[in-house]
Structure formats: structure tokens, C-alpha cells
Design a protein around this ligand. Structure first.
Ligand code: SF4
Length: 387
């Protein structure tokens, strides 16, 4: 048994989780040889730690980073993995006036920023035209209020308009396979349109945070490596990886659950390809045992951030001697951290690793809970957590 597999075996919440020994061994070898600005640190975004929040951790409530849709629940594309369901829980703002009211209400309720998005037209564009003046007004009136925009596909002119209206970050899904664009998105656009979008956004002063949805082709990995290459050609500020959760897939186009080993291999390749920018694992990924496997591989591959980690991940990272931070945060704040300049140098709270391990050995706490573990604040920035 290799060292890292042994180490994972000491993490009690990982009991019953089957990690692939060859993959773990190759992750260990690769990690030893990695060098890069972003290698070695991992920040866990988790509301689990709210019980240990110190007075320095400000409460935030669920609305700290609300998601707002300018089309409500409407989307013309009706992609096979989503069917517009992602939009349903968002706050609708179907007119610029509504957006202004929503933002004022949200700020009064303590919001620090928002994700603005909407359903696509048939060309995978979100039609923000009428909203740019209002977004400019929001940024002029509330300069501290951060705005992350899901851009969808853009041309240079639209990228400039996004920059001019003052948003803080631009997010888009990078798709690297034509079949996925045509079949899953029902879209007559090309892989090159996605790359051009990235190129245009990166040429502005915006912080650009592209996402790769792993398993987007009906649960199989197809264009992910090409997406990685596209990103390498137009280096953004950070990259978010998510794993497809096709709850809404139509019966005639079912998705399989992506193979955790393939996902793990992709994490390794992504880390190797992008050693100098933050690589984050977003909230979306299948639940249960496969999540524990995916998360273990994410930690071992050296990703820099995990939103809502499975039980045992903080301990695993600590045992692998990573520089571990914890930000008590719901997923929306993980988005917020992406937006806030990906300021991972100062993000999160350092935690007392020795105590984690001692606690785990003592097994006084229920599996996975880090009860009583001291959070060392060291003057770090603070965040809230879900209530
Ligand atoms: S374009 Fe976006 S919101 Fe619309 S169905 Fe596709 S993934 Fe969902």
C-alpha cells in the first residue's frame, strides 16, 4: 500500500471509501514534482465550522451572495443536464428597475455581493443589454457591493460593455467538445466561440473565472481536456471545476454518474496544467460515496479550494501536510471568494492541525465532526456562514 493510501486509511470518515491505489500513487508522485505559486494550499468552504466560529467571524446569512436571474426561470436553450432548473431558486429581476430594487433590498439585508445570471437565448447569450446602465448605477452607488456575472457567450463589444458597467468578475462555462455543444446544449455555436469568449473576457480588466463542468457529455468526459487547453491559452484569474449533477436529464437522454477515477485524473491534469492559478472545486458534484472519492482525489491532486467538502477532507489535507484553511461559508460565499480577487493569500482561517489529528484519534467527536477544534485566526479575513 502506498503512503497516501495509508494516510487516507487513517481518516475515519473515509472508511468504506474505495480509492484507486494506482491513481493515488500517481497523484503522490506528481504532487512531489509540482512547483507553482498555487501548489500546497487548500481552503475549505464549509458551513460545518459555524459552531466553532469565533467572534471575528461575522454572521452573513444566506443572502450574503444572492443569485439573481434577469429572466426568472426562463431559458430558451433547455440544455439536457439543466432544463433551466438551476434558475428556479434564484431571485428574479426581469427588468432593470426590478434589479435595482432587488439589490437595494439585498444590501439592506446584509448582502456583500451577488451573482447575476439569466437564461440564454438560442445563441447561448444572456441578454443583459438593458441592464448595463443599472449595473453601473449599482456599482457607482455601492462600490463595495461585488458583482459576479455569468457571461455566457460574448463578442468583444459585449465583453467591453461588461467591463464598462463595473462588474467585478466574469464567469463562463468553457466547453471543449463540439458534440457536447450540439447535443447537450442544442446549440449551433462552435468550440471556437467558447474560446473566443474567454479570449475577449481575459483581454479586459475583469477578473475572469471560467468553469469546467466535468462529465457534461451525458456523464462522460469528452471535451474537458480541450477546455483545459483553451484556458491555458488565455490565462484567467482562477478556474472552478464542478461535476455534473444531471437531476433534470430527460429520460431519453440519461446521464451516467461520472467515474470518480476519471474525475480524479482530470484534477491531476488540471493541477499540472495550471500550477500558478487557484483551482477550486465548486459545490456541484454528485452526493454520497462518489462525492467522498471525488473530494479525496481533489485534495490529493492539490486543488486549492473545496466548497462543502465531504467529512474527513480537512483531516486528510492536514495529514498530507497541506497549508489548510477553513472559511466558514455557504457555497455562495465560495463564489464570493472567487470574486474577491481570489485573494487566497489571506483567505480563510488557519486551523490547528495537531488538534484535528488528536481529536480524530480520541474519537470523542462523532465521525467527521471537528468538535472543539480551535480555529487559529491570525488576523485573517473573515466570512460568515449559512444560518
Ligand atoms: S443555458 Fe444555462 S440555465 Fe439554460 S438550460 Fe442551459 S445550463 Fe440551464
Amino acid at each position: 500500500m502506498n503512503d497516501w493510501l495509508n494516510i487516507a486509511g487513517m481518516v475515519e470518515p473515509l472508511e468504506g471509501v474505495q480509492l484507486d491505489a494506482d491513481l493515488v500513487a500517481s497523484m503522490e508522485r506528481q504532487f512531489d514534482g509540482l512547483s507553482g505559486e498555487r501548489v500546497g494550499r487548500v481552503n475549505f468552504y464549509t458551513p460545518t465550522f459555524k459552531a466553532y466560529a469565533t467572534s471575528e467571524i461575522a454572521g452573513c446569512g444566506k443572502s450574503a451572495w444572492p443569485a439573481v436571474s434577469i429572466t426568472g426561470g426562463d431559458c430558451k436553450l433547455q440544455c439536457d443536464h439543466c432544463k433551466a432548473k438551476i434558475l428556479e431558486p434564484m431571485i428574479p429581476a426581469r427588468t432593470p428597475e426590478q434589479l435595482w430594487s432587488v439589490v437595494n433590498e439585498q444590501i439592506a439585508g446584509g448582502a456583500q455581493g451577488m451573482l447575476i445570471t439569466g437564461g440564454s437565448n438560442y445563441r447561448n447569450e444572456v441578454e443583459y443589454d438593458a441592464y448595463y446602465p443599472t449595473i453601473r448605477r449599482i456599482k457607482d452607488t455601492f462600490p463595495e457591493f461585488r458583482i459576479a456575472m455569468h457571461t455566457a457567450l460574448v463578442d468583444m463589444d459585449i465583453a467591453r460593455r461588461m467591463e464598462d458597467c463595473g462588474i467585478d468578475a466574469a464567469m463562463m462555462d468553457v466547453i471543449g467538445a463540439q458534440d457536447t455543444i450540439s447535443q447537450v446544449y442544442h446549440l449551433r455555436r462552435t468550440v471556437d466561440d467558447f474560446e473566443k469568449t474567454l479570449e475577449y473576457l481575459v483581454s479586459t480588466n475583469l477578473k475572469v473565472v471560467p468553469h469546467i463542468v466535468i462529465g457534461l457529455h451525458y456523464g462522460e468526459l469528452l471535451g474537458e481536456w480541450n477546455a483545459l487547453e483553451m484556458i491555458r491559452r488565455h490565462m484567467p484569474q482562477a478556474v472552478v471545476l464542478v461535476v455534473v449533477m444531471p437531476f433534470y436529464a430527460p429520460e431519453h437522454r440519461p446521464f451516467v454518474t461520472p467515474d470518480s477515477r476519471e474525475v480524479g485524473r482530470f484534477f491531476m491534469d488540471a493541477r499540472k496544467a495550471l500550477p500558478d492559478i487557484p483551482l477550486l472545486l465548486g459545490c456541484a458534484r454528485p452526493p454520497g460515496r462518489v462525492k467522498a472519492e471525488i473530494d479525496s482525489y481533489a485534495v490529493m491532486a492539490g486543488l486549492n479550494g473545496l466548497a462543502h467538502p465531504s467529512d474527513g477532507m480537512v483531516e486528510l489535507a492536514a495529514r498530507l501536510e497541506r497549508d489548510v484553511r477553513v472559511t466558514p461559508a455557504c457555497c455562495s460565499i465560495a463564489i464570493g471568494d472567487e470574486v474577491m480577487a481570489i485573494e487566497t493569500e489571506d483567505a480563510g482561517l488557519q486551523i490547528d492541525i495537531e488538534q484535528i489529528i488528536a481529536q480524530e484519534r480520541a474519537r470523542k467527536a462523532p465521525a467527521g465532526a471537528l468538535a472543539g477544534i480551535r480555529i487559529v485566526t491570525e488576523g485573517q479575513s473573515t466570512s460568515g456562514c449559512c444560518s
